[in-house]
Design a protein around this ligand. Structure first.
Ligand SMILES: CCCCC/C=C\C/C=C\C/C=C\C/C=C\CCCC(=O)SCCNC(=O)CCNC(=O)[C@H](O)C(C)(C)COP(=O)(O)OP(=O)(O)OC[C@H]1O[C@@H](n2cnc3c(N)ncnc32)[C@H](O)[C@@H]1OP(=O)(O)O
Ligand SMILES: Cc1cc2nc3c(=O)[nH]c(=O)nc-3n(C[C@H](O)[C@H](O)[C@H](O)COP(=O)(O)OP(=O)(O)OC[C@H]3O[C@@H](n4cnc5c(N)ncnc54)[C@H](O)[C@@H]3O)c2cc1C
Length: 670
């Protein structure tokens, strides 16, 4: 992290002001000192070669050059990982968040291998039998085969049951015949599919013995391993320029009666026997959606990490940048001294903490559910699905909004690609859509909430994340306002319970007045999304607070204080954001709201001296930040100038277009 360059004096001053032990906070965010030390070791091994540095920044390259450069760097990084890093981490950590984080030093945009490691490999692990894994996994991990995850089609992304690609079993040859019957059945969007992958996971409607059994997953080779030519019956290519993800070669794929062996169906949860008999493991109907659940869980950590990057850039820049004057003739203040700037940025620091701690908690929940499912118990899956859906939706949506806020906080320079903020935004805004659109996922959570509400209504004890619904039926009237962390959390839970309750009432009223259940649900979906958002908000507030209390038990006093200030800022911020709801569902008064506002402003003042220390605690190396505005040494203006020297447009004093176009225009008569 530290740089040989002289540190900007304002930043150096900020670091002198910081009153807590930065490393202690880093350990908490990483999940313990050992994890931090291991991460640093991996970063040292992977990044000290400086292999990531581009002579010409990738944004100046053409689409072809960018892609080739991304492949070149992916191969360099993969070799480092294979030859050096996996010795430290063990092969089982191939797709770990640390490697994902370190990989960001190589790409401003994205690695074309991301989906291989992020979804192709996880689908082999999660959806294949042990025997199939033995066939595919070692080759995939060793990059002997490179895969993509081809589920979405031109016509359908959200509605998986509506996918049109067919896989029809032929018992004569013991093969599946893959076919794309329409334009809209073409696979569309899969990362890495367009130019890089030679295999992919294909999601298709399974037909055997004349019957459709719904969508299943298949491993499909699409290109020759020697020549990389598409195999006969396969049509594959790149879908074209996008807002971000431009080095991910998102692709399209169509099949013309293309045959694959029977054993290429991923058979962990359902099998087709040699004679074509379909056998389903009688557990849960949605186990084939498992890879998506896994990625949704990991995306909460992605949201946190990318927001941490953005706010590191914006806070350091705000300490270096001086603008305006508070009083005539006085020295220009650092823009970080403006409370409005603090309002923009400190919530981003707190949110990155909230999401990081929630991500770890969700990961533990995920692994516990996986362990239960190994024993054959799928009872906890609906809660995991509801949780991972809403947490993915909210974390990606909030991170998107706050990264944009960080960019605004950097004024004009934040608009430069070299700040890295536009790349971060373009990357994270896609996470709100992919792996399940925001609205669609909140509606999945709403289904679970309405069911839980009905159970609580009938007196059953519901699962922990919705336990507040049981309380809803035992308390009368509005929740008493109480300005303690636990009090604020209780009120947010009451807001969620109240909103779910209104949804249920609304659905029942509509049914009573003659609508069928589907229409009554549909007409209530605006409220249902709102209720699911409120539920998720309460889960995040609750988890963040609980985790801070638990993790700071043995911390030094100043660390306890500053982390407590941040979590209080988060709770107060959201209470102020939701005063309408609080007035409706709790006894909060105008005076209480005034008090909250004052408390919030005081927290900004308290956090201000530690702001730079707090972003330093994210411990994101300059190579990973890739920002002219956010480097550890704060040499903002020097870096912007250095970047100008790399601009190919500045290579010649006069651009050839002058003689070609401008001069004739200037000489021409009206
Ligand atoms: C260089 C180093 C790299 C290292 C890499 C390492 C890590 C990388 C980490 C992260 C990044 C990775 C990749 C990032 C890049 C790009 C990734 C993009 C990939 C994609 O973008 S890939 C396509 C994803 N595409 C979707 O995401 C489609 C969304 N659409 C759906 O997901 C469904 O279509 C849904 C759910 C909307 C409707 O589905 P449906 O119509 O079949 O179901 P229905 O609504 O009828 O519900 C019937 C009952 O099933 C239950 N149910 C549903 N889903 C369940 C589940 N998953 N688990 C358990 N229960 C479930 C319900 O809760 C209900 O339960 P009940 O009846 O009890 O209420
Ligand atoms: C950068 C990027 C990478 C991707 N990578 C992959 C990949 O590797 N593999 C892959 O298979 N796919 C990939 N996808 C596709 C992605 O998963 C889908 O785009 C996503 O699931 C949304 O589906 P859709 O595009 O069909 O949107 P639509 O479902 O058409 O959504 C359009 C609008 O309709 C609304 N809507 C849809 N259904 C409902 C409903 N039931 N109720 C209320 N509102 C609804 C949505 O809220 C949204 O506002 C990628 C997408 C992007 C942008």
């Amino acid at each position: 992290m530290t740089s040989k360059n002289k540190i900007n004096e304002d930043l150096a001053n900020e670091r002198r002001k910081c009153n807590f032990n930065i490393e202690e906070v880093t350990y908490i965010l990483d999940g313990g000192k050992e994890k931090t030390l291991q991460r640093k070791k991996i970063e040292d091994v992977a990044l000290n070669g400086g292999a990531s540095v581009d002579d010409i920044p990738e944004e100046y390259l053409s689409a072809r050059e960018r892609y080739e450069n991304a492949i070149r760097k992916s191969c360099i990084y993969t070799n480092i990982v294979k030859n050096e890093v996996l010795e430290i981490t063990g092969i089982e950590n191939y797709g770990s968040p640390v490697l994902r984080r370190t990989g960001d030093a190589f790409f401003k945009d994205i690695s074309p291998f991301m989906l291989h490691l992020g979804m192709f490999v996880p689908s082999i692990i999660g959806q294949c039998t042990a025997e199939q894994q033995a066939t595919w996994l070692p080759r995939a991990l060793d990059m002997k085969i490179i895969g993509a995850y081809a589920q979405t089609e031109l016509g359908h992304g959200t509605f998986i049951r509506g996918l049109e690609t067919t896989a029809t079993y032929d018992p004569e040859t013991e093969e599946f015949v893959l076919h794309s019957p329409t334009i809209t059945s073409y696979k569309w969007w899969a990362g890495g599919l367009g130019r890089t992958a030679n295999h992919c996971t294909v999601v298709a409607q399974l037909y055997t013995q004349g019957k459709c059994h719904g969508t299943h997953l298949f491993i499909v080779q699409i290109r020759d391993l020697e020549t990389h030519m598409p195999l006969p019956g396969v049509k594959v290519g790149e879908i074209g320029p996008r807002m971000g993800f431009n080095t991910a070669d998102n692709g399209f794929l169509g099949f013309n009666n293309y045959r694959i062996p029977r054993m290429n169906m991923m058979m962990k949860n359902a099998q087709v026997l040699k004679d074509g008999t379909y056998v389903k493991a009688a557990r849960h109907g949605k186990l084939t959606y498992g890879t998506m659940v896994f990625v949704r869980v990991t995306l909460v950590g992605e949201a946190s990490f990318n927001l941490a990057k953005a706010v590191t850039i914006a806070v350091r820049y705000s300490a270096v940048r001086r603008q305006s004057e508070l009083r005539p003739g006085s020295i220009e203040p650092q823009i970080l001294d403006y409370p409005t700037q603090q309002h923009k940025l400190f919530i981003c620091i707190a949110t990155a903490h909230a999401f990081q701690l929630t991500a770890s908690w969700l990961w533990n929940t995920f692994t516990a559910v996986q362990a239960e499912m190994k024993k054959g118990n799928v009872d906890t899956l609906p809660e995991l699905h509801a949780l991972s859906s809403c947490l993915k939706a909210l974390s990606t949506s909030d991170a998107t909004a706050y990264i944009e806020q960080c960019r605004f906080a950097c004024g004009g320079h934040g608009y430069m690609l070299s700040s890295n903020l536009p790349f971060l935004y373009a990357f994270v805004v896609a996470t709100r859509t992919y792996e399940g659109d925001y609205t669609v996922l909140l509606l999945q959570t709403a289904r679970f909430l309405v069911k839980a509400w009905e159970q609580a209504e009938s007196g059953k004890v519901v699962t922990p994340t919705v336990a507040y619904l049981n309380r809803h039926f035992t308390t009368n009237g509005k929740m008493i306002w109480d300005n303690s962390p636990e009090g604020i959390i209780r009120v947010f839970q009451s807001v969620a319970a109240g909103k779910i309750s209104l949804c249920v009432r609304s659905i029942r009223n509509r049914i009573t007045s003659g609508m069928d259940h589907e229409d009554a649900w549909l007409m209530t979906t605006v409220q249902l999304v709102n209720a699911a958002e409120a539920h998720c908000r309460s889960v995040i507030l609750h988890t963040y607070w609980n985790e801070i209390v638990r993790l700071t038990k043995h911390s030094s006093d100043n660390v306890k204080t500053v982390l407590n200030q941040l979590v209080m800022l988060y709770l107060t911020y959201w209470a102020l954001e939701r005063t309408g709801d609080l007035l409706r569902y709790s006894t909060i008064s105008e005076n209480d709201i005034d008090l909250l506002q004052r408390q919030y402003e005081e927290l900004l003042v308290k956090i201000r001296p530690n702001a730079v220390g707090l972003v330093d605690a994210f411990d994101i190396r300059d190579e990973i930040l890739q920002s002219t505005l956010g480097s550890y040494d704060g040499r903002v203006y020097e870096r912007l100038m250095e970047e100008v020297q790399k601009n190919p447009l500045n290579k010649e004093p006069v651009d050839p277009s002058f003689h070609k176009y401008l001069k004739p225009l200037m000489k021409s008569k009206i």
